[in-house]
Design a protein around this ligand. Structure first.
Ligand code: SF4
Length: 521
């Protein structure tokens, strides 16, 4: 079986996979143990590049060779060679030299690992995910440094200007420090117990960002969450996950136990699974699920969760992505990283008409076009949907990755970028999203419940020859303005942006013709 090696070993085999490729990863891990060599063999988390899994990182005295999709025979040979004192490099996709004691993934200068940044992903695929020695490696736990310094911390957080990441974050696209202050002040005024929720429930199948962090470096997420809990005076910390994500849940539980052991048990950490439904990730529906309600409906705001959240308590909700940014700023410093209006980096999963999805980290002043170099697209790029299932359609990715630029281009900030090739029919693409919205909305407010139904009907009517662009646009405006939660406000965006860019395709369908030959009469 695998051994308990850590980054301190200068000769070691790492087997890197995420939850989706774990079965194959375990086979490779078992094969690596067969030669019964003295070389440590460990299972590490994903790097973000699924196509390469199971990825073997064979390290020998300051040099690491990367072997993608490693076969059972290859891994056995690698173990024997390392045991004999050599590092074979034939067939490796890259070989890189590094400090033998490095705590972070030594990235090759060329190829897919060289694209974008590896700041919050610096240890993903390298450290043992829940090993506190690997995690701290010359740095202290964040949660251990905040005692009696809450005011200083809040002021530093304010200075960073950090904004929340992801649709399930209570500070999505807004300044994090404002939420921390509100929770702290309201709790004091009302003498209430605040609570911290890590919202890792993201049921969009294309969104890998939070899962990647929880599977590869859960300590970074929990450490930042525990630091936040101590600063706002929270009495417990809940981690809300999808019920089918076994690996993420196991790693969170393991990391929580380790962190409690090392930093203290003053704030209990508990992982709770919620339904694998898209709406369950919305922050007030996350609270409903955590309270044990089976029928999830979004809550009216105000009051916002930071004022009155879980069981009426002031509640700070952050996604793993946001917490990883906070940790990176406090531990590594953040001067000059990203755009001043939205500093730091943004994790994006590239999906759509690509051979294998991958997750990339971009500085917020990088343009999204970096993602085109990261994946193999089936054909030429026709359009991209930026920001998840209800993101915005665009022909160009020449847009910076910060919130203001994405909003100005009517694109979403929820991480996923789907690339579509020239064969795609845009009416068909947005029609499926309208049907998804019609089916998945929680039903609480009419602008979304009735609006998504009308929208799906109007898009179907186009196939029967009726395309009333103004009527559709008016409906989209109402949905955007009047829906209670972000689901309904965003559900209109794919259609609105596709009509701006591809209206002629909509008209062609009304004339009985699909320009791409995708839709049958
Ligand atoms: S916008 Fe949609 S999902 Fe949100 S409360 Fe209204 S019906 Fe429910």
């Amino acid at each position: 079986m695998a051994q308990n090696g850590s980054i301190e070993e200068d000769t070691i085999i790492r087997v890197s996979t995420g939850g989706k490729n774990r079965i194959r990863g375990r086979e490779v891990l078992h094969a690596a143990c067969e030669p019964k060599a003295s070389v440590p063999i460990v299972e590490v988390g994903p790097t973000g590049i699924q196509e390469l899994e199971p990825l073997i990182l064979a390290t020998y005295q300051g040099e690491t060779a990367f072997y993608p999709q490693c076969s059972l025979m290859r891994v056995r040979d690698l173990v024997v060679a390392l045991d004999d004192g050599s590092l074979p490099t034939t067939g490796a996709m890259a070989v890189t030299e590094h400090d033998p004691a490095t705590a972070t993934l030594p990235t090759p200068d060329e190829g897919v690992f060289a694209l974008g940044q590896r700041r919050v992903l610096d240890r993903s695929g390298w450290i043992l995910p829940a090993n506190t020695n690997d995690y701290v490696a010359s740095r202290d736990f964040l949660a251990a440094t905040v005692a009696d310094q809450a005011t200083e911390w809040l002021s530093t957080l304010d200075d960073t200007g950090l904004r929340g990441r992801g649709r399930g974050d209570g500070s999505c696209d807004t300044r994090i420090a404002d939420a921390w202050r509100t929770v702290r002040e309201i709790s004091r005024e009302r003498d209430a117990d605040p609570v911290v929720v890590v919202n890792g429930n993201e049921a969009d199948p294309d969104a890998e960002m939070d899962r990647l962090l929880l599977e590869s470096n859960p300590l970074a997420v929990l450490d930042a969450a525990l630091a936040a809990a101590r600063i706002i005076g929270a009495t417990n910390l809940l981690v809300y996950l999808n019920e089918t994500e076994d690996l993420a849940r196991d790693r969170v539980n393991e990391a929580a136990a380790e962190l409690t052991n090392k930093v203290g048990a003053d704030i209990p950490i508990e992982a709770i699974a919620g339904p694998d439904e898209y709406t369950a990730g919305e922050l007030t529906m996350a609270i409903e699920a955590l309270e044990g309600n089976h029928r999830l409906e979004a809550r009216l705001r105000p009051p916002f969760p930071r004022e009155e959240g879980l069981y009426g308590r002031p509640t700070l909700i952050h996604t793993p992505r946001t917490l990883a940014q906070i940790r990176a700023f406090f531990v590594d410093g953040g001067d000059g990283i990203g755009n001043d209006s939205d500093p730091g980096t943004r994790l994006v999963t590239v999906a759509g008409d690509v051979e294998t999805p991958m997750t990339l980290e971009l500085a917020t002043n990088d343009t999204l076009s970096v993602v085109e170099h990261a994946v193999k697209l089936d054909g030429r790029l026709k359009a991209a949907c930026v920001g998840g299932v209800f993101g915005g359609m665009t022909r160009t990715l020449d847009v910076p990755a910060h919130t203001n630029a994405l909003a100005a281009a009517n694109l979403g900030t929820n991480g996923v970028i789907e690339l579509f090739d020239q064969d795609r029919c845009m009416l068909s693409v947005v029609g499926h999203r309208a049907s998804f919205a019609e089916k998945e909305n929680c039903g609480r407010c009419f602008p979304c419940r009735g609006g998504t139904q009308q929208l799906a009907d109007m898009l179907r009517d186009i196939y029967d020859g009726t395309f009333d662009a103004e009527k559709i646009r008016e409906l989209l405006r109402v949905m955007h303005r009047s829906s209670i939660c972000q689901f309904g406000r965003d559900a209109q965006r794919p259609v609105a942006t596709a009509m701006n860019e591809f209206e002629s395709e909509f008209r062609a369908h009304a004339d009985g013709r699909c320009p791409n030959g995708v839709c049958t009469p």
